[in-house]
Design a protein around this ligand. Sequence first.
Ligand SMILES: Cc1cc2nc3c(=O)[nH]c(=O)nc-3n(C[C@H](O)[C@H](O)[C@H](O)COP(=O)(O)OP(=O)(O)OC[C@H]3O[C@@H](n4cnc5c(N)ncnc54)[C@H](O)[C@@H]3O)c2cc1C
Length: 325
Amino acid sequence: MADILVVAELAEGKVKKATLSAITFAKQCQPALGGGFSVLLIGAGAKAAAAEVAGYGAAQILVCDDASLANYVAEQYAPTVAEAARGFGLVVATATSFGKDLLPRVAARLDAAFAGDCSGVSGASGKLVFKRPMYAGNAFGYATLSTAIQCATARQSEFAPAEPSGGSSPVKELAKVAPGAAASRVEFVSLEQVKSERPELTEAGVVVAGGRALKGRFSEVMEPFAEAFGAALGASRAACDAGYAPGDYQVGQTGKIVAPSLYIAIGISGAIQHVAGMKGSKTIVAINKDAEAPIFQIADYGLVADLFQAVPELTAAVKAHKAAG
Ligand SMILES: Cc1cc2nc3c(=O)[nH]c(=O)nc-3n(C[C@H](O)[C@H](O)[C@H](O)COP(=O)(O)OP(=O)(O)OC[C@H]3O[C@@H](n4cnc5c(N)ncnc54)[C@H](O)[C@@H]3O)c2cc1C
């Protein structure tokens, strides 16, 4: 029997929704391991945030609230997380930038084997089998880890956010573990965040994404379209690399992985590296002037049209439909 530690992600003193996917992942690992799970909150303001995750069935909420942890720096966080993980059989987080950065360092400190970006998990009798996408999602690898403590991150789009199960988990405070020499060589300078009224790309129910075809008119065409749908904005790497869209809009193998209810690809060819980041979407719509574009092979609905004509027309039609109630 082994217990699981879920490492929560905080932003401005609040638990990020991504944490709830890690809780779902932990719950799916539980039957094979036979133990319970706990949640670790680390950062400035972590104590106040504990109430946000107290109703999900955790055996306990471990809290390390320290002013020196106000800004995330892996070298500052990893020693405390590794210390908190002792006694657990599995340490998990969601494979966000935070989880991808932190958990391998924690694994190294614990001498633990690591399975990153898992899209599924199965197993029995204490042995977990982690499913991991490979080759831009064109193949899956199945990994078992043989160290006493294991570490894994979960792909957010594959694990629905956990629902509260009631109750109130007890809170236990932990002291920060002094970071090693590596931390003295890393200094937090600043965090440049894109503030937007639109939903977060990885959490939105509707994503509209634009490609290279939009050229310098990305904002002019895509922003009113996204607004009409109440959607998050995404982009292909070609559009980001060309400077038409900000880098944090990028969807795909080397960008964000999304799985909204509706994904509308505008002037995107459908290269495998882009598709790797959005093929989990429930309904895919593509607008492209080339009827042979590969994106139509995975689209549920396709429109062969010039985007500069079709998108403003659709934007106006959606707005008119909304106005008519
Ligand atoms: C290691 C690696 C990792 C990568 N990671 C990513 C990634 O994470 N995300 C990603 O997106 N890409 C990634 N790429 C790049 C990927 O291979 C493609 O180059 C990229 O996705 C192409 O972007 P695009 O579809 O916008 O552009 P293009 O391939 O140039 O396609 C533009 C499309 O717009 C259509 N079009 C042109 N004009 C109009 C018009 N007026 N109206 C309607 N349609 C029009 C064209 O028919 C065409 O299909 C990666 C590549 C590599 C090698």
